[in-house]
Design a protein around this ligand. Structure first.
Ligand SMILES: Nc1nc2c(ncn2[C@@H]2O[C@H](COP(=O)(O)OP(=O)(O)O)[C@@H](O)[C@H]2O)c(=O)[nH]1
Ligand SMILES: [Mg+2]
Length: 459
């Protein structure tokens, strides 16, 4: 971290403005060397300066605003200068090149945030939240990342760590005095604390399915017989003709995916090949994929043509699906309601059913509202949880939390068996280690590289 890095922080392309950032011990002097608008080396922290930037040969590059942040009061904890220049393909690139010519080095992806982490400006969960925020594709995912960025999740983990440290010192006290036959640590109190920790860890882990849905979206697969109207429904849901609609059964073979944000949540809709026995090899592959897709879905919209009805094979299929634990939420949709206004939708045990005309819904989006309400209902519980407490959105965190929970449970069992104190502390220390890995108190270079390489350059 003893060199000075620079990068364009804004996206490429035509825009009014762009920002080139630089951070490091020489950040201020590097910019000052190519800046004509006052002496930046004398500038106070948090001040902005207008002037021309010139290249190594003294030619004008652009008129810019240079904002100076002095260490340690900057985003990275080092000297930072942010140069606002004009946008477009050329100006930011030329500004960057001037800075590189004057001694800055091109930053690696995420290097600014990595420096902020290493200088204690944020912990690892907050750094990861920055990446999540940049990648967020729905309003709710954005909000959840902000909660992490604000440090609420870190605070929760910190409380847990303190609790565990407390436990450790209680047990260690007992070990120190064990020769004197004194049992200092009150066993009941220990049990209580362990149970509490186990509960908090368990609750946190339970939020992962929510976090995963917020981040990656809810997977809604549209299934049914050929010609039921699946592709028509997909198009109506996403508001444009994404899939080919045709009277010819077996038209959709490859899976077609399209996204839509509903009530702030990202839904990924998947249109599949119609389920039927077929001699056509390509269609058969489509059917095989459709079946696989349904099993991996969060929600299945099972469509059937009201004028045709459900056959016994379909009824069995849906029955099996509600019985087993694939975790798929099936909805039954009787389609082509426009052709069968008086026909009721089939009544299958425990299956939420709805009547619809996908064809009419293409022109009148309001007709989809009852279906959209049911879709948002499937995540309502998750969403209210996400509003009240931080959710785990990250596979890395989930793994460490699970390992911490395992260690705490082992300690709890050890306590029940009356195992000695030093064995107990081993388990407790292991749990502490896992929590420290999440916030970055305990970490190694490989993990950091993996995390920060996900970032954009300039962040
Ligand atoms: N009348 C009516 N026809 C529909 C409706 N939905 C789809 N169709 C028609 O049914 C045929 C098959 O539709 P498609 O979406 O390709 O079905 P898929 O094979 O399940 O994807 C097409 O001719 C559609 O225009 C509907 O709600 N009402
Ligand atoms: Mg289709």
């Amino acid at each position: 971290m003893d060199d000075t890095i620079a990068a364009i922080a804004t996206a490429r392309g035509r825009a009014a403005l762009a920002i080139v950032r630089t951070s490091g011990p020489d950040a201020i002097s590097v910019v000052d060397d190519c800046f004509q608008g006052g002496d930046l080396t004398e500038a106070e922290s948090h001040t902005a300066h207008v002037g021309f930037l010139v290249d190594a040969d003294g030619n004008d590059v652009d008129q810019v605003v240079a904002t100076v942040f002095r260490a340690p009061n900057s985003a990275t904890g080092e000297h930072v200068v942010e140069v606002s220049c004009h946008g477009g393909d050329l100006a930011p690139q030329m500004v960057l090149e001037s800075l590189l010519d004057h001694g800055a080095r091109m930053a690696e992806p995420g290097e600014f945030t990595e420096r902020a982490f290493l200088n204690g400006k944020m912990d690892l969960t907050q750094a990861e939240a920055v990446a999540d925020l940049i990648h967020a594709s729905s309003t709710k995912a954005h909000q959840a990342s902000l909660t992490h960025l604000k440090g609420r999740y870190s605070d929760l983990l910190e409380d847990l760590r303190e609790e565990l440290l407390n436990l450790c010192s209680l047990v260690e006290l007992e070990i120190d005095f064990s020769d004197e036959d004194v049992e200092f640590a009150d066993r009941e109190r220990l049990e209580e604390l362990l149970d509490e920790t186990e509960e908090i860890l368990g609750d946190l882990l339970d939020t992962y399915p929510t976090g995963e849905k917020l981040k990656d979206g809810v997977r809604v697969v549209i299934g049914g017989r050929p010609n039921a109207g699946k592709s028509t429904l997909l198009n109506a849901l996403v508001g444009h003709d994404r899939a080919i609609v045709s009277e010819t059964p077996g038209t959709t073979r490859d899976e077609i995916e399209a996204e839509a944000e509903i009530e702030g949540v990202l839904f990924r809709f998947v249109d599949t090949a119609g389920l039927r026995d077929t001699a056509d090899e390509i269609e058969a592959e489509g059917v095989r994929r459709a079946t696989e897709s349904i099993e991996a879905a969060d929600v299945l919209l099972y469509l059937y043509d009201l004028t045709v009805g459900l056959d016994s094979e379909e009824i069995d299929f849906l029955g099996d699906l509600s019985d087993d634990d694939t975790g798929v939420r099936p909805f039954l949709i009787g389609n082509k309601a426009d052709e069968a206004p008086d026909l009721p939708v089939a009544d299958l045990d425990d299956l939420s059913a709805l009547k619809l005309s996908a064809l009419d819904a293409r022109d009148d989006a309001d007709m989809l509202q009852p279906l959209l309400d049911r879709l948002t209902d499937t995540v309502a519980e998750h969403l209210s949880r996400a509003e009240s407490s931080p959710v785990v959105m990250n596979q890395r965190h989930r793994q460490h939390l699970q390992d911490a929970l395992d260690a705490v449970q082992q300690a709890r069992e050890a306590l029940d068996r009356g195992v000695s104190g030093d064995m107990l502390t081993l388990d407790l220390r292991a749990a502490l280690q896992e929590l420290g890995a999440i916030t970055g108190e305990i970490t190694n270079e490989d993990v950091l590289n993996q995390i920060f390489s996900r970032f954009c350059i300039g962040k």
